[in-house]
Design a protein around this ligand. Sequence first.
Ligand code: F0G
Length: 352
Amino acid sequence: YRGWPGLLAQYRSFLPVTESTPRLTLHEGNTPLIYAEVLSEQLDCHVYLKFEGANPTGSFKDRGMVMAVAKAKEAGKQTVICASTGNTSASAAAYAARAGLQAVILIPHGYVALGKLAQAVQYGARIVAIRGNFDRALEIVREVAEPLGMEIVNSINPYRLLGQQTAAFEICDVLGRAPDALYIPVGNAGNISAYWMGFEAYYHAGHVQSKPRMFGFEAEGAAAIVRGEPITSPETFATAIRIGNPASWDKAVHAADTSGGAIDFVTDDEIASAYRLIAREGVFAEPASAASVAGLMKRHRQGSLTPGETIVCVLTGNGLKDPDSAIRLAGDTAEVVDGDLQSVMAALGGTR
Ligand code: F0G
C-alpha cells in the first residue's frame, strides 16, 4: 500500500501498538495544514489552520478513535459505548463498523448537529438520545459501561488521548519545527491535553527543539474552566463544545499553565464571526472549531500577539457537519429565478 497508511502505522513508535493490535485504519490523519493568507496579513503573523475536517468522519476524533477501538478489539470487547455531542459518536460508529464491533452512543436529545446524527445512523450505531445534556450522558456512560461489558471510548479512555497526540506530530513534521503558539477549542478538554502530550513527546524524542504556548477557548456559556466551577446548564450554539464539566479539566489547565498559555472563553458572537473569517480563507469548519480563531482574534484585539510568530489554529470539525448553522447565520442567499438565459442574465445584472 503506497498511500498514507493511517495513524497506527505512521506513528507506531509513539503509540501502544503491539503485534496483537488489529491493523485498523480508515487512513485517518495527514490532514492539511493550510496557510491562512488573509489572517496572516491582517495579524502580521504566520497563521496556519490545521483542518481536521479532512479526517474520514470529518473530525479530529478519528485520531483517538482508531486507537481506542483497535485496543477494545484487541481486548476482545464486542461493544463500544460513548457519550457525545456528535463527533465522537460519528467516529465511534465508523470505527466500530470497520472493526466489526457494535457501537452504542448516548447523545443529548435535540442538541446534535444534523450531519453528525446522519453519520451515526448510517454507520449503524445504536443511538440513545437522552433528555439531558452531554455531561449527564457521560455520567451515565461511566455507570453503565462496566455492568454491560462495554468499552468506553470517550476521552477518559487513555488510548483516545494517545491517538490524538498525532495531530501535534503532523504539525511539527510539516513545519519542520513546533509552532510558537497553538489555538484550540475546549469542550471536554481532551484534545488540548492530547496536543500537549504530543508536543512534549516529540520534544523529548528530539524531533523539535521547542514547545508551543497552548491557548484553549471555551464558549462563554460553557466556560467552566475559566470560571473555576462546573456549569449545570451550559449553553452555546457551538453544540460540539456545549459542555459544563470537562472530564480532562486538570490536564487542560496543566497544558495551558506549563506552556505559558491560557484557557479563556469566546462569546457566541465572536465564534460566529470567526466562522465567517475562516470561510474567507476557503475553509468550511463547524462552529465549535471557530472558537480557536475567535480566540486568536480576541488576543489580537488585546494586543497580545508577537509580530512574526507562527501560530496554528486547530479547526476540529468539518463545516458540513452542521449545515443548519451555516444557513441560519448567513441566510439562504440563493436567488431563485426562472431557468432561462434572460432571467439569469437579468439577475446577474448583465445586458446582451
Ligand atoms: N471541536 C469539535 C468539533 C468537537 O466535536 C469537540 C468535542 C471539541 C472541539 C472539543 O474537544 O472535548 O477534546 O475539548 N466533541 C466531543 C464529542 C465532546 O462528543 O464529539 P474536547
